[in-house]
Each structure stands twice: as C-alpha cells, then as structure tokens.
Write a protein that binds this ligand. Structure first.
Ligand code: SAM
Length: 290
C-alpha cells in the first residue's frame, strides 16, 4: 500500500486517526474533509463525531492518493467526480466544465422570466447543470440542451437520469449534438435561450492557473479574444427565438460592454447586465422585439 506513508512520514507506522489524516494532509481543511468523505464513504457528521478514532487503513490509503493528486493541482471535483450546483450533486469528469456558482445567476435569470410552459434552450450544456436545474425547478418547462462534445452529452444524460427522471419520462428534457445552432432544426423556436459558452481568450494567463489547467479547452477558450462563441450565439439567436423571446448569456467580467453592443447590433431590446455576489458583471440579456 504505497500512498499511506507519503502524506506524513512523521505519523509513525500505525494508521492515524481520521482527524490526524486531515491535519497531516497539507490541504485546506475543507478540501481534506471532502476528499476524506469520498475516500472513506463516511458522511461528514460521522467523521466529525469519530475524528479521534483510528482510521480504516484502506480509506487512509485511498485518501493519501487523493490528497497527493490534489496537492499536485487536480480539482477536487474531478477527484470526487461530483460538484454541487443549485443544491444538486452533478457528476463531473474531465470532459466537462466544473459548474460554477456564477452560473446559478444565469439559471435564476431564466426562471425569473420563463412563463408557464416556456420552451428553453441551453447551448453548450456540459454536465447539464443549467438544463437539468431548469427542468428540476420547473416541471412546466420544455428544455432542449446541446453540446458539440459527445463525451459531455454522455455525462449530462447520466446526470439527467439521476436527477430529473420525471422530466425525462415526460420528454421535457431533450439532447442535441452539434455546434451551436447547427444542433437544431431550422424551424426550432424558443422562448428563452441560455448559454454559458467558452469566453476566455487563447493565451489568457488564467488558463495556466488553478482548476482551469485541468478543464477541457473547448469548454473554456474562444477565438477573437474570447468573444467568438458569444458572437456566433448572438448572430444566430434571432432565427431561433420567438417574438419577445430572451437571450441570456454568461460572460467574462470585462466582456459586458462588448456583449451589450453585439446584442444591440442584432436587434435585441431591453438589454441589461446582471452582477454576481461579488458585484462583477456576469450575465447579459436581451429580448427580441414583440
Ligand atoms: C463553459 S462550458 C459550460 C458548461 C455548462 N453549461 C456549465 O455552465 O457548467 C461551455 C460548453 O460549451 C461546449 N461547446 C464549446 N464549443 C461549442 C460549440 N461550438 N457548439 C456547442 N457546444 C460547444 C463545451 O463542450 C462546453 O460543454
């Protein structure tokens, strides 16, 4: 059992307690606890209540391996295979973006504007976080989700089966493969279109930092300084939105001005930008004329 002693040679030959594993991991305590829950299959409350007891040796070995990979930089969500989004646990893998809290603002903006029975499109669904959350929150919505990546769509379908079984049974949540608007039929029309597309420019130094190093490039990077995917989505939206339909887009916090100009140029009205909890501009939306 290789990994056990690499986390803390000073611990001595005996398997340490659950608390000691966390302390000796060299990780922030919350991250270490999440990984220990995953490695042991024990709930957080159990681990807290039994923290001073000798850890199970197999769990300690598994934890040592995960802690080492985390110290090397792998995202916690890829190590555990899941990330919470709007109160639900989504399966994630290195073929999908790890859902971000900022995207919850986009989902809420859709929910605030969707009339009963609305048809909603999620372009570039990744893990399915946006589409599945909408279908779970509102049983009246009809949701279509697309992605260019077959691997991402496979993850999204599994999430849907686990989290939105009823919605699937009612055929209210449909999947389409393809690049942006090409994934749809020419006659498809929606009341709302939401997307969190790639919007980081190639060569942006953030791509070499933190979790972004491990996430799929096609989920992160867009040409034209990060604006090309947003441009393509805005340009095609008028053909697929009903009169008075909304287009809602997540974007980088320095892209709101450019996006408002794109929306105005494509004939959108009621254009506004929403800010996240840190006060940063994150979601810009516009409405087609009546
Ligand atoms: C930033 S991720 C967003 C994933 C998910 N919607 C979320 O918010 O967590 C962008 C997604 O767009 C997909 N994508 C990239 N280029 C695309 C294209 N040309 N057509 C369709 N989807 C694309 C990627 O595969 C990825 O899943």
């Amino acid at each position: 059992m290789s990994g056990r002693w690499t986390i803390a040679p000073a611990l001595g030959p005996a398997t340490p307690s659950w608390d000691r594993l966390v302390l000796a991991s060299g990780l922030p305590r919350l991250e270490a606890r999440v990984l220990l829950e995953h490695a042991s299959g024990r709930r957080r409350e159990w681990l807290l209540a039994h923290g001073d007891e000798i850890a199970d040796a197999r769990a300690a070995d598994a934890f040592a391996g995960l802690a080492r990979r985390r110290r090397d930089g792998e995202p916690v969500a890829y190590l555990t295979g899941s990330r919470e989004f709007l109160g639900r646990d989504f399966e994630v893998s290195p073929s999908v973006l790890i859902p971000r809290p900022e995207t919850e603002l986009l989902v809420q903006a859709v929910l605030d504007r969707a009339l009963p029975g609305a048809r909603v499109l999620d372009l570039g669904t990744g893990s399915g976080a946006i589409a599945i959350s909408l279908a779970c929150e509102r049983a009246d919505l009809y949701v279509v989700a697309t992605d260019r990546s077959p691997e991402a769509l496979a993850v999204a379908r599994r999430n849907a089966q686990r989290l939105a079984g009823q919605a699937l049974a009612g055929a209210r949540l449909l999947w389409r493969a393809g690049s942006w608007w090409d994934a749809l039929d020419a006659q498809d029309r929606f009341d709302l279109v939401a997307s969190n597309p790639p919007y980081i420019g190639a060569g942006d130094p953030h791509l070499a930092q933190g979790d972004l190093r491990y996430e799929p490039q096609q989920a992160l990077v867009a040409g034209g300084g990060g604006l090309d995917a947003l441009r393509e989505i805005v340009a095609g939206a008028p053909r697929h939105l009903r009169p008075a339909g909304w287009l809602l887009l997540e974007h980088g916090c320095d892209q709101d001005g450019a996006l408002r100009a794109l929306l105005a140029g494509a004939g959108f009205e009621s254009i506004q930008t929403l800010r996240d909890v840190s006060g940063l501009p994150r979601v810009t939306l516009g409405r087609m004329p009546e």
